[in-house]
Design a protein around this ligand. Structure first.
Ligand SMILES: [Cu+2]
Length: 723
């Protein structure tokens, strides 16, 4: 793996190898010989499934792996994906990171929670799909970085992230009635975060009733230098109920829930979340029949979202901004094993989304910047997706398997008339609103997707996979309909964590990605000792939705930008591997797992670097396991970001190496865990952490903006009791 790093990085690696061996000593120190039944805890499960819908270049986390992070106070479900090959994270608030897969972020990644695509109902994407499921309620997480099958969803061009809540628990045959529950409490020192969550299930063999709830509150975090990270506090709670019934290979699951986030600071945004209240109701059906299997889902979710300034920005004024968004729809999929070698999957879905976005005035002063009328940003905007797919999986012989899929998505968008706070010509509200209202807003995109992959089991120790995909995403509501070119209004639009100003574009075309990727995997015949996997990829995105510059502003780095199509290309590789070092030794098992990644992306016409490219990076994990005792030491290495997007105030960041450590022990029905994040209290800046906008606003000095610092050392502890 060393060969993938620059000379400078090799030096960093040598310096940190001393740290790593220190961490190993810590890891092995109290070798209490308390051997009982074992549940090993690898940080990431590398998929070895023969199912073609799960490409080689994907990773997943099981409930027990999520459980360890939950005990130590994980609040951000997206962040659990850290370390999965191909995945990087754009940080936001305490529960709202956005996944980036192979350089494609946010809406470009298909994110499905409990079978439902939830849309961010905020011009800053503060409430993305993954913010609605707490880690304590996540049963299984999968990220597909490679060629995503059409059955995993359309209207996206990147990989896919799927999160399923824990499946309902039923009584085992003969048990009659069963009740299970657990309660967890956790603490983190860096932001004095406390959290508690629990679940309880009462079930017979055919009916199950469950509840899962969580609450977390965190003060402002601190960086490695001990300085407060302004506006990084948050609080959230969720309540989820599950009813499930099953009989004769059929299962019906109904889930309903409520989440309330009274506040969540966003240090890299102009605004903070000052209220987010959401409710959902969905029903899922799965049934096995003689002819195959059918899965269906109907869903509804509403979010009422408010933004303003939390204290810390040193802002005396207020700027209320409200959104109300509703996702509703259904999906139905059938899997038909036609012969013993052929499986066909067909499916259809409708996803309707409605969003209103309005900003109440701050006074009744006539002709003001923010008065006397309500600013109408989106007036009953709607976006409806109708998707249909067919997929054919064929095993040609014991070595060759292929998957071929086609998909059609029709995206229909519309929005009503808009208005500014006033007809203040200086702020161009009147001119812009009239120009926008005079145009036809209805848009219909007909998108055709295609994927083809083939897998070759070359030998008992080698698997090869080759794939091609054409995938299309239509613009989101803001990319098309955000209408004001007034700097203040435009600065409220954008989910990029950079303080820059964005204007929509009614003439945007959908973006279409054409990707090729090759995965080569090597492993021992039993797949228990060692494994190495390498996936290089190339993507050409026709009409990539980037930006054009409309004007500079008085703040260096901050431009007035408009969304615009630019052909672009991205390429890179993912590398992952694991090796068992000690097996069944007197002092337990020891293994090492590592992932590394590199991606580069640029616009083809002008060579501008794409936003959100993760520099070359690696995660090396050392896992120790003895009886009920499990420990992990992670070494995370990220190279410097020296070239950034020139228009979007992207920050360059120095390289860094940090060490995280955690250990847990289970004694009967109690599990105790302790851990230290950023063990050496390093001051570092995540390359996709964005700009430190809250600091700029607090000090009113644009020069002070810089990159957003990451959190310093945190001592974490937690306990779970099961009953
Ligand atoms: Cu928001």
């Amino acid at each position: 793996m060393l060969s993938f790093f620059s000379t400078r990085h090799r030096r960093a690696l040598r310096a940190t190898s001393a740290l790593a061996s220190g961490a190993l000593a810590v890891l092995l120190l109290p070798a209490a010989a308390l051997a009982q039944t074992a549940t090993p805890l690898a940080p990431i499960t590398v998929e070895t499934s023969t199912d073609m819908t799960c490409p080689l270049d994907s990773g997943s986390l099981e409930r027990r792996q999520i459980g360890t992070k939950n005990i130590l106070g994980a609040s951000d479900t997206a962040a659990l994906l850290s370390g999965v090959p191909g995945v990087a994270l754009a940080s936001g608030g305490g529960i709202s990171s956005l996944p980036i897969i192979h350089g494609l972020a946010d809406d470009r990644v298909k994110t499905v929670v409990d079978g439902v695509s939830v849309t961010s109902a905020c011009p800053n994407h503060m409430n993305p799909a993954l913010s609605y499921i707490a880690p304590s309620n996540a049963g299984h997480l999968t990220a597909i970085a490679g060629i995503t099958p059409v059955s995993a969803g359309g209207d996206s061009i990147g990989g896919s992230v799927t999160v399923a809540p824990s499946p309902p628990i039923f009584a085992t045959p003969g048990e009659g009635y069963a009740a299970h529950g657990s309660a967890t409490t956790s603490f983190r020192s860096i932001n004095r975060q406390i959290g508690t969550n629990g679940e309880i299930t009462a079930a017979t063999e055919t009916v199950s009733l469950g509840y899962n709830g969580s609450w977390t509150r965190a003060r402002e975090s601190h960086d490695g230098n001990g300085n407060r990270i302004l506006n990084s506090q948050f609080e959230t709670q969720s309540h989820n109920a599950t009813f499930a019934a099953r009989a004769d290979g059929q299962e019906l699951t109904i889930r309903a829930g409520h989440q309330i986030t009274p506040y969540e600071g966003f240090p890299n945004a102009r605004m903070d979340l000052t209220g987010n209240s959401s409710n959902y109701l969905n029903a899922g059906y799965g049934g096995d029949y003689d002819w195959g299997r059918v899965d269906g889902k109907v869903y509804w979710q509403n979010a009422k979202h408010e933004m303003d300034f939390l204290p810390g920005r040193n802002t005396t004024g207020h700027m209320p901004m409200d959104t109300n968004g509703t996702d509703a729809g259904y999906s139905v999929k059938a899997e038909l094993p036609l012969t013993k070698d052929d499986t066909v999957r067909i499916g259809n879905e409708v996803h309707s989304y409605r969003l209103s976005d309005w900003w109440p005035p701050i006074s009744n002063v006539a002709n003001g910047m923010m008065s006397p009328n309500t600013f109408i940003n989106l007036n009953e905007a709607s976006r409806t997706q109708v998707g249909t797919f067919a997929e054919w999986e064929r095993r040609w012989d014991p070595q060759w398997t292929s998957l071929f899929g086609v998909r059609n998505d029709v995206i229909m968008m519309e929005t009503g008339k808009v208005a500014g706070y006033s007809n203040n010509m200086m702020a161009m509200y009147g001119t812009d609103a009239s120009a926008f209202n005079a145009q036809n807003h209805q848009k219909i995109d007909v998108n055709e997707d295609l994927t083809a992959t083939t897998r070759f089991e070359a030998s008992p120790i080698n698997t090869e996979e080759f794939g091609f995909a054409r995938k299309t995403r239509s613009p989101n509501l803001y990319e098309r309909y955000a209408w004001s070119t007034g700097g203040m209004a435009a600065s409220m639009i954008g989910w990029f964590g950079n303080g820059t100003e964005y204007v929509g574009n009614l003439h945007l075309r959908p973006e279409t990605a054409n990707s090729v990727s090759l995965s080569t995997g090597w492993h021992d015949t039993q797949r228990t000792d060692w494994e190495v996997k390498w996936t290089p990829y190339y993507t050409f995105v026709q009409d990539y939705i980037g930006v054009n510059k409309l004007a500079s502003t008085s703040t260096p780095g901050v431009n007035l930008l408009q969304f615009a199509n630019h052909d672009s290309q991205l390429f890179g590789f993912d590398l992952s591997g694991s090796k068992s070092l000690v097996k069944d030794g007197t002092y337990g098992d020891l293994d090492v797992a590592a992932t590394a990644g590199w991606v580069k992306g640029m616009q083809i016409d002008n060579g501008h670097r794409l936003y959100h490219m993760q520099p070359i990076n690696a995660l090396i994990s050392l896992n120790h396991h003895l009886g009920n005792w499990t420990s992990t030491a992670d070494l995370r290495l990220v190279n410097d970001k020296s070239v950034a997007n020139p228009l979007q105030n992207e920050q360059t960041t120095p390289g860094f190496a940090i060490v995280n450590w955690r250990t847990s022990y289970r004694l009967e029905n109690v599990t105790l865990a302790v851990g230290i994040d950023n063990l050496f209290n390093k001051q570092y800046y995540d390359p996709n952490g964005g700009a430190y906008v809250s600091y700029w606003r607090a000090t009113n000095t644009a020069a002070a903006m810089g990159a957003l610092p990451a959190s310093g050392r945190s001592f974490n502890a937690g306990m779970t009791v099961t009953f």
